[in-house]
Every structure is written in structure tokens, then in C-alpha cells.
Design a protein around this ligand. Structure first.
Ligand code: PLP
Length: 233
């Protein structure tokens, strides 16, 4: 077994264990392997070990890996900040965008999603605990953004994503409650499709699964430490 295959198996075991501990349906939590700042060869090794979904933070880096791994059946998620001048490349090449936090970006992604591709799968990034950070929309802005994204024809609104401060388990519960509140108050929003709570990383995936996460985004526990100087952004 390669290191990556062994670490991937260990992460899957942690998820299984966390599901059991929380009395959740086995297999209810998806694993997104966050491959930012690791080479295409690392993605290839994880794929060979059964991993299909990969997360990238930087558009150009993601596109380069997609080109290198063309032919593998991979699902690519953008999980980093997205500027308007990059939306076309994202709409044309990614399967999911988890970092949508304003209507202008959502509208451009919908307009630019090629007709021959399925709708782009979208999560709204919520700034659940950190007033100072610029990424993510506020809880107050969220209902308006949800309604706007629901109306866009080439986007499928799948759920909510957050990156809370380390140790802030209250934020994980708050995101789960926010999803329930939106389902109860916004007509046309369906639990069957608005089914994703993307939260939990290498260090807090157990807490996130206990709080109701349906997708954990795990980088370093699978691929090892990122190259020196590279931040977690
Ligand atoms: C880097 C990153 C992760 C993975 O973090 P690890 O601590 O390496 O598991 C998850 N989500 C986002 C948005 C990230 O930027």
C-alpha cells in the first residue's frame, strides 16, 4: 500500500467510527480529498485507492491537474475564493463550487455553464463565526442569496459550507441548524437536493460528523503536510 492509500484508509475508518458514534447511517458522509498544493501524482494515487472527489483551492492549479489527469473519472470541487474573472474557467471545468458567497458570482457561473454539461453543483459558503474574515456570506444575507441561486437555471443548489475557527464546535451545530431553518422557510428548497453540509477537516472531522456534516474536506491527513510556506487558505 502506498502512504496515500494507507492514510486514506485511516481517514475512511475515522469517518466510519464517527458515524457509528453519532448513530448516523453508515456511508452518509462523503469524503472530499483536498489536494491543493500536492501534485497530480498524489491525486492519481488516491484515485487508485478508490477516491473519486477532489477539492482544490486555486483555479489555475486545479485546471492544470485536470489536464494532467484527463481520462480519469474524477469529480472536482472548487473550495477556495473565486473572483469574477475566473468564473468562466470554473463553470467550464469544475463539477462543484463550494465557495459561492455572492449573487454576482453565482449569476456568472450559471450564465457560463456550458449547455452540454450537467448543472454546476453549488454550496454557499457561510461566514459562521468570524466577522473579520471576508470569505463567506453572513447569516443575515443568506436567505436572499439562497433564493437568488435557486432561480438560476444552470446551478443546482446543494447546501452550505463553512470553515470555522479551530475548536469552534458551536459553529458546526449552527450551520446544521441554519440548513434546517432555510428548509423550513424557503419555498422550493427541498431537503432531497439541498442535502449537503460541507464541514469538517483533518483535525475536526469527528466533531463535524457528530454535528451533522454530510461532506468532510480532508487534506493533510490524506496527503501529508503541504509544502512549506503554503498556507491552508
Ligand atoms: C485546506 C482546506 C481543507 C483541508 O484542510 P486539512 O486541515 O489539510 O484537512 C478543507 N477545506 C478548505 C476550504 C481548505 O482550504
Amino acid at each position: 500500500m502506498t502512504d496515500i492509500a494507507a492514510r486514506l484508509a485511516a481517514v475512511r475508518a475515522r469517518i466510519d467510527q464517527a458515524e457509528k458514534a453519532a448513530d448516523r447511517t453508515p456511508g452518509g458522509v462523503r469524503l472530499l480529498a483536498v489536494s491543493k498544493l500536492h501534485p497530480a501524482s498524489a491525486v492519481r494515487a488516491a484515485h487508485a485507492a478508490g477516491q473519486q472527489a477532489f477539492g482544490e483551492n486555486y483555479v489555475q492549479e486545479g485546471l492544470a491537474k485536470m489536464a494532467e489527469l484527463d481520462g480519469l473519472a474524477l469529480e472536482w470541487h472548487l473550495i477556495g475564493p473565486l473572483q469574477s474573472n475566473k468564473t468562466r474557467e470554473v463553470a467550464e471545468h469544475f463539477d462543484w463550487v463550494q465557495s459561492v458567497d455572492r449573487e454576482k458570482i453565482a449569476r456568472r457561473l450559471s450564465d457560463q455553464r456550458p449547455a452540454q454539461l450537467p448543472p454546476l453543483q453549488v454550496c454557499l459558503q457561510v461566514n459562521i463565526d468570524d466577522e473579520a474574515s471576508k470569505a463567506g456570506c453572513s447569516l443575515a444575507e443568506l436567505p436572499v442569496l439562497v433564493r437568488a441561486v435557486l432561480a438560476l437555471p444552470r446551478l443546482q443548489l446543494r447546501g452550505l459550507m463553512c470553515i470555522p475557527r479551530a475548536g469552534n464546535t458551536a459553529a458546526l451545530a449552527a450551520l446544521a441548524k441554519t440548513r434546517q431553518d432555510l428548509l423550513a422557510s424557503i419555498p422550493g428548497l427541498e431537503a432531497a437536493t439541498f442535502d449537503t453540509l460541507s464541514m469538517g477537516m483533518s483535525d475536526d472531522l469527528e466533531a463535524a460528523v457528530a454535528a451533522g456534516s454530510t461532506m468532510v474536506r480532508v487534506g493533510s491527513a490524506i496527503f501529508g503536510a503541504r509544502p512549506a510556506g503554503a498556507g491552508p487558505a
